[in-house]
Design a protein around this ligand. Structure first.
Ligand SMILES: [Zn+2]
Ligand SMILES: [Zn+2]
Length: 337
């Protein structure tokens, strides 16, 4: 089979992913092999490929990245009873968890310390075939296409986790910083809570997309030209998916005393003034139930993933466009395209 393989991390301009022929994986106990139909391109993939992601990531080299995967079951390993050949399934960043620890049994399996991450500790979806743990896959509803479903499986779940932590009430004001792969879904979900949604982005194209997707206002980051910035203290909550320390600092300023900032990117928070009793909370990934909830929103027509599709052989080019802010919504790789 063909896959975009990372052997040595490096700047994306040097095309560190090698589109090459590799042996097709065979499913083990509790696993299925899927023919990949679509795989979203995540900013975390870019970090891993360039070698500046979390310590110990990837777990080994070479590795095949990609963790927002829609595929069709091609082969079923021993012990699998919930899936059969031909089923169309989705695989999310959490490839598997231990199922026993306090996080797994309390409905927070994304925090499991033994979690396996698709495309980081196990080969992922930048490939024609990949393995998935049957218990962690979910069926993709027929009404969703491969390429619109793929971005729901990481950005959708990630946005959903952020929204749950923002604790919004109808009529409140929320600002979403960043209108990329995750932000464009987060602002749609924020609108579903009945809150008034403002989007913040440097890109005029992204601000136009935000308004098209239901944001009541689109703003530029403080100090930027080309538009108006949010007023300090004007928001009840802020959700940050823009990968910039300045966005975090601005988010903390635009929320009122007692407000909340939800951080979906790892950035410096800086010195916090305790006098305003503001809350900063991190959010990462989500559970299998979150995945079902997100797919349900899309089936109901309440959530639309905007995507740009690329052949799998052009994974480097897709990542390069992501790095330079040239994408609308999510890039999705399509094997055989
Ligand atoms: Zn992701
Ligand atoms: Zn666990």
């Amino acid at each position: 089979m063909h896959a975009a393989v990372l052997r040595t991390p490096g700047p994306i301009e040097n095309h560190p992913l090698h589109y090459s022929e590799v042996p097709e994986p065979v499913p083990g106990l509790g696993e299925v092999a899927i023919s990949v139909l679509a795989c979203g391109v995540c900013r975390s993939n870019l970090h891993m490929v360039e070698g500046d992601w979390l310590p110990g990531t990837p777990a080994e080299l070479p590795i095949i990245p990609g963790h927002e995967v829609v595929g069709r079951v091609k082969a079923v390993g021993p012990g699998v009873t919930n899936l059969t050949v031909g089923d169309r399934i989705g695989v999310q960043p959490i490839w598997a968890t231990c199922g026993r620890c306090e996080h797994c049994i309390s409905g927070h399996e994304q925090r499991c310390r033994q979690r396996q991450i698709t495309g980081e500790t196990r080969d992922g979806g930048y490939a024609e075939v990949m393995l998935a743990k049957a218990d962690f896959a979910c069926r993709i509803p027929d009404s969703l296409t491969d390429t619109e479903a793929a971005p729901l499986l990481c950005p959708g779940i990630t946005a959903y986790g952020a929204l749950k932590k923002a604790l919004l009430r109808p009529g409140q004001n929320v600002a979403v910083f960043g209108v990329g792969g995750v932000g464009h879904l987060a602002l749609q979900m924020a609108g579903l809570t009945g809150a008034r949604v403002s989007a913040v982005s440097r890109s005029s194209r992204a601000r136009a997309l935000a308004e098209q997707l239901g944001a009541e206002g689109a703003y530029v980051p403080a100090g930027s030209e080309g538009g108006v910035a949010l007023r300090d203290g004007s928001q009840d909550a802020a959700i940050v998916f823009a990968p910039s320390d300045r966005s975090v600092a601005e988010a903390l300023r635009v929320i009122r005393p007692g407000g909340r900032v939800v951080l979906g990117v790892s950035q410096s928070v800086g010195v916090m003034d305790i006098g305003d009793e503001k809350t900063v909370v991190g959010t990462v990934l989500g559970t299998r139930q979150d995945m079902l909830d997100v797919l349900g929103l899309a089936v109901d027509g309440k959530l639309h993933a905007v995507h740009e599709d690329f052949p799998l052989s052009e994974a480097n080019q897709a990542l390069q466009r992501l790095k330079h802010g040239q994408l609308q919504g999510r890039a999705v790789l399509v094997p055989g395209a």
